[in-house]
Design a protein around this ligand. Structure first.
Ligand code: AMP
Length: 216
């Protein structure tokens, strides 16, 4: 199964991509995570990407397209993959179409998680991540066992620079202008599944799975 997770930042793409990746035993490919690991390792790509990410802007298309093109050709992607946070612009979607065509494969579905801006701003201000292992938490909805400490590796949790309210507002504006047109792009192809993204993680997860089953 080859899926794209679409939605505004903070809509729950990452959470549900991870759950689906376990359910269907296919990798979750998060361009945000890949870029953050480049930043952590201080690669040239990481240094360039950081300038954009800290401001809530998108990293240039050609950089992310190359990352995804090579990642989807790795062995673990043979049975499928879940793209989480890619594509985010029409040129990225077109580049993906071209790459998939060259590989002789297609997309099954695009899951669009729909959440209002107000809910997103509230959610993201409470988000905490582990800088070491990448696990994510929420001060209200997904508390770690010990306050501000990662359950997995015991590191101190942080609020990501790009989850700060001002940056979140910028990211929502960028989403509106550059990413939202993808809804129409995939709707026209007849592979878009829009899921209302409010409620518990379990409820939303069930809605997504049901919609995927029905569309098979
Ligand atoms: P995320 O963790 O998916 O919210 O991504 C965090 C940041 O990484 C975004 O705000 C962008 O700056 C950058 N990024 C991630 N994926 C992409 C993409 N497909 N295109 C451009 N920038 C991206």
């Amino acid at each position: 199964m080859r899926l794209i997770m679409l939605g505004a930042p903070g809509a729950g793409k990452g959470t549900h991509a991870l759950l689906l990746s376990k359910e269907y035993n296919i990798p979750q490919i998060s361009t945000g995570d890949i870029l953050r690991s480049h930043i952590k390792n201080e690669t040239d790509l990481g240094k360039e990407a950081k300038n954009y990410m800290d401001k809530g802007l998108l990293v240039p298309d050609e950089l992310v397209v190359e990352i995804v093109k090579s990642r989807i050709q790795e062995d673990d992607c043979k049975e499928g993959f879940i793209l989480d946070g890619f594509p985010r612009t029409i040129p990225q979607a077109q580049a993906l179409d071209k790459a998939l065509e060259e590989l002789g494969i297609g997309l099954d579905n695009v899951v669009n998680i729909d959440v209002s801006d107000e809910v997103i701003i509230k959610r993201m201000a409470g988000r905490r991540v582990c800088p070491k292992c990448g696990a994510s938490y929420h001060v209200e909805h997904k508390k770690p066992i010990k306050d501000d400490i990662c359950d997995e590796c015991e590191s101190e949790l942080i609020l990501r620079e790009d989850d700060k309210e001002e940056t979140v507002r910028k990211r929502l504006q960028v989403y509106e202008e550059q990413t939202k047109p993808l809804i129409d792009y995939y709707e026209k192809r007849g592979i878009l599944l829009t899921i209302e993204g409010t409620g518990s993680v379990e409820e939303i997860g069930k809605k997504i799975k049901d919609a995927l089953e029905v569309s098979k």
